[in-house]
Ligand binder design. Structure first.
Ligand code: SF4
Ligand code: SF4
Length: 103
């Protein structure tokens, strides 16, 4: 299993999670960070660090965030693939406004 970063990270990207990951498997992409499922050791250290509660164990990702499982799993296919899937998700389902980040 792996951990999954979901919608609340989009355009927030404060990177608190990156600092605690022991295997450096959390990576920055255009609009959000993603976890490389091939590198994640499932330690759970990142989950409580996220101020917007964007991180879930894969088997606990809420149904409405299911698209983000595919987005995190796309990391080994390259940043362009992740960007394409994130753009598609934003177009299909715009994230709610966040003060200071989005209108
Ligand atoms: S669960 Fe552990 S290894 Fe996986 S992304 Fe989070 S901190 Fe890194
Ligand atoms: S701590 Fe949360 S919002 Fe910040 S980069 Fe990590 S997942 Fe995204």
């Amino acid at each position: 299993m792996t951990y999954i970063i979901t919608e609340p990270c989009i355009d927030v990207m404060d990177k608190s999670c990156v600092e605690v990951c022991p295997v450096d498997c959390i990576h920055e992409t255009d609009h959000m960070l993603v976890i490389d499922p091939e590198e994640c050791i499932d330690c759970g250290a990142c989950e409580p660090e996220c101020p917007v509660e964007a991180i879930f164990p894969e088997d606990a990702v809420p149904d409405v965030m299911e698209a983000f499982i595919k987005i995190n799993y796309a990391y080994p296919d390259g940043l362009d693939k992740v960007a394409e899937l994130v753009a598609s998700r934003i177009a299909d389902c715009p994230p709610p406004p966040i003060a200071g980040h989005r209108e």
